[in-house]
Write a protein that binds this ligand. Sequence first.
Ligand code: FAD
Length: 285
Amino acid sequence: MKKQKIIILGGGFAGLNVAQKLHNKFFDVILIDKLNYHQFQPLFYQVATARLEPANISFPFRKIFQRSKNVQVRLAEAIEILPESNQIKTTEGYFNYDHLVIATGCKTNFFGNEQISRYAYSMKTTQEAITIRNEILLSFEKFICATEEEKEALLNIIIVGAGPTGVELAGSFAEMKKYILPKDYPTIDFSGLTITILEGSKNTLNSMSHESQKASKKYLEGMGVKLKTEVFVTDYDGKQVTLNNTETIKSKNVIWAAGVTGNIIKGLTEDSVIKNRFVVDRYNK
Ligand SMILES: Cc1cc2nc3c(=O)[nH]c(=O)nc-3n(C[C@H](O)[C@H](O)[C@H](O)COP(=O)(O)OP(=O)(O)OC[C@H]3O[C@@H](n4cnc5c(N)ncnc54)[C@H](O)[C@@H]3O)c2cc1C
C-alpha cells in the first residue's frame, strides 16, 4: 500500500509535536520550516538579557529527526497553499501532500503602526532576542561616553505590554541592574537605569488570575520596575515614546510585547480566515 504524504508547516511546539508523534508511523512526513531549528520561545527573555546562550534554546530539526526513516526536514518558507492541487508553494519549490498540517504560529502585532514596528524591538524569534541583548549591552557601553542628554534615553528601558513576556523581561532586566551591572561596571553608576512597563489594561498579567496580577505587581515594584497601567503607546520614533495622554518618555530601547497575530499563508478561501486566525472545527480542521 502506498504511504500517504503529510506535510507539516512549521516546527514550533505544535508542528514539532505532530512530527514526533508521526515518527515511525505509516506515513511519509515532510516538516517544512523557514528556520532549520526549533526555538524554545519561553526562554527568549533569558537570551535577551544575556543569561542564556542562543544555542541553549535552539534545537536543530535534523538532529531531532536524525534516526527517523519517515520524517524528512526541509528548510523553506511556505508562500501559498494550493488546495485544488494539494500542493504547497514554497521558496524552494512545490511540495505535494495528501494531508496538510498548518502550524505556522504567530508574529508580533504592531496593530498597523509602521513607525513603531520600525523602531521598537520585538521578541518572537531567537534572532530578535539576540538583537535585544546586543542593543541593550551596547547601550551600557555607549552610556560611558554619552552626553547628559543622551544618557537619559540610553538608561530608559521601556517594555510595552505587561503580559507574561513583558513581566518576565522586566524582572530579568531588574535583576541585571541589581546583580550584574555593579560587577561588570564597578566604576560606572547605573543607579539611573529605569525599567518601565507600559500597559493598556488595569493590571499586569491582566488575562491571568487576580492572585497572579497582585503578585506580579508586588514583585515587579519590589524590584524597582516602574509600572504605568491604562496607558497606550501611540508613537515611537527611535528616540521618544509618546503615550495617549500626550506624555513622552525618552528611550533608545523600547521592546514591544503588546500582542500577537497569526502567520497566515494565502490560498485558502476568504471565509477560512477571520481576524488573521484560521477558522477550525472541533477537530481543529
Ligand atoms: C517570549 C515568549 C515567551 C513565551 N513563554 C511561554 C511560556 O512560558 N509558557 C507557554 O506555555 N507559552 C509561552 N509562549 C507561547 C508559546 O511559545 C507559543 O504558544 C507556542 O510557541 C506556539 O506554538 P506554535 O507551534 O503554534 O507556533 P510557533 O512555536 O511560533 O512555531 C511556528 C513555526 O512556524 C515557522 N513558520 C512560520 N511561518 C512559516 C512559513 N510561512 N513557512 C515555514 N515556516 C514558517 C516558524 O519558523 C516557527 O518555527 C511564549 C512565547 C513567547 C514569544
